[in-house]
Design a protein around this ligand. Structure first.
Ligand code: SAH
Ligand code: SF4
Length: 344
């Protein structure tokens, strides 16, 4: 067993403080932090501005431990799906997407999901354990190493496996580390509407952006596909969102998975617009990614229906984007990530 203290998943200040008792000069700790946080180092051996003796010494007290990247599957559209093997043998997936000079990292917060939305493969496989800060941050680190030099801007979205706001104890520290490299303006936490979690986020001094998976404009239909809505009803959620503190120019993103014949009528577009009126918002329409094994009865609407739905919202002044998921050919699209047992 490795009894060393893992430095991954800690902020620069924390690393500096941990290192302090082992070094003769204060700036050594900051150097180590720079290597790990700014330069994404994965071993003490890389830290060439430290003496060999110090590197060896540090290596006996500290580790730079990350989940193993078991597999990277490249999609034809430029996205890459990562399979990570955690130290206890659990597997989680994450996706790196590429659009021109911009990359978006879709990270997982849990190795499964207990929320159980009926249209989501992660939900169908059920609850999985909370990922620790280092396991969250490591997904970002691995994806960063995989990028080519042309990428100028990175966005992070917590839209992979799991419900981030059911893991705030680890999400908080992970955000502190990630935000040293990526502005919180470019980090989005997506939630199925976990009210205590939304309130936790509202109370933070510095917040990432918030996305809420709405998926239906009324309580009954929402609860039908998102059982968590029984626990946190739509009225209460909307009230919390109306009170949610928004930095200047920021908006709440509402995600809306479009399911054929269920929530895709023009009337539903108008009802959604009425529901969110008054909240600085944008809507992200996601045509359902089908999965014949886990939810054989749910279908993606025809493209014309998707367009009509989006147009119905735009007509009343909403900002709408349609997200035709990336990585479908490698099962890396929204709602397709699952837990694979690693072989370790
Ligand atoms: N648990 C969080 C974040 C992970 S899910 C949440 O639910 O918000 C990220 C997004 O993928 C959510 O907006 C969810 O509604 C969407 N999604 C889940 N399954 C999907 C599917 N089969 N097709 C399209 N989008 C899906
Ligand atoms: Fe969990 Fe989000 Fe999937 Fe719902 S959509 S089951 S909350 S991961």
């Amino acid at each position: 067993m490795d009894n060393r203290t893992n430095l991954v998943g800690r902020t620069s200040a924390e690393i500096t403080e941990l290192i302090a008792p082992h070094v003769d000069r204060d700036f050594r700790g900051r150097q180590v932090a720079q290597w790990i946080i700014d330069r994404n180092a994965s071993s003490f051996g890389e830290m060439t501005n430290l003496s060999l003796a110090l590197r060896r010494d540090l290596d006996s007290y500290f580790s730079i431990e990350e989940p193993e990247v078991l597999q990277v599957i490249e999609s034809s559209d430029g996205s890459s799906k990562f399979l990570f093997g955690l130290s206890d043998g659990v597997g989680v997936e994450g996706v790196s997407m590429r659009e021109g000079a911009k990359a978006t990292f879709c990270l997982s917060s849990q190795a499964g999901c207990a929320v159980g939305c009926t249209f989501c493969v992660t939900g169908a496989i059920g609850a999985g354990r909370n990922l620790r800060p280092g396991e969250i941050v490591s997904q970002y680190r691995a994806m960063l190493r995989h990028l080519d030099a042309e990428v100028e801007r990175i966005n992070i979205v917590f839209m992979g496996m799991g419900e981030p706001l059911l893991n705030t104890g680890n999400l908080g520290p992970a955000l502190a580390v990630l935000s040293e490299r990526v502005s919180l303006k470019r980090i989005t936490v997506s939630t199925a509407g976990i009210l205590p979690g939304v309130q936790w986020l509202a109370g933070l001094e510095k917040r990432p952006k918030l996305a809420v998976s709405l998926n239906a404009p009324d309580q009954d239909r929402r609860a039908h596909i998102m059982p968590i809505a029984h626990r946190y009803p739509l009225v209460d959620l909307m009230k919390a969102l109306r009170e949610f503190p928004l930095e200047h120019g920021r908006r709440i993103t509402f995600e809306y998975v479009l399911i054929d014949g269920f929530n895709d009528a023009e009337n539903d577009a108008r009802a959604t617009a009425r529901l969110i009126r008054g909240i600085p918002a944008k809507v992200n329409v996601i045509p359902l990614n089908e999965d014949r094994e886990h939810f054989p009865d749910l279908r993606r609407p025809a493209a014309a229906v998707v367009d009509r739905f989006a147009a119905g919202m735009r007509d009343v002044g909403l900002t709408v984007t349609v997200r035709w998921s990336k990585g479908e050919d490698v099962a890396a699209a929204c709602g397709q990530l699952r837990q694979r047992q690693s072989t370790r």
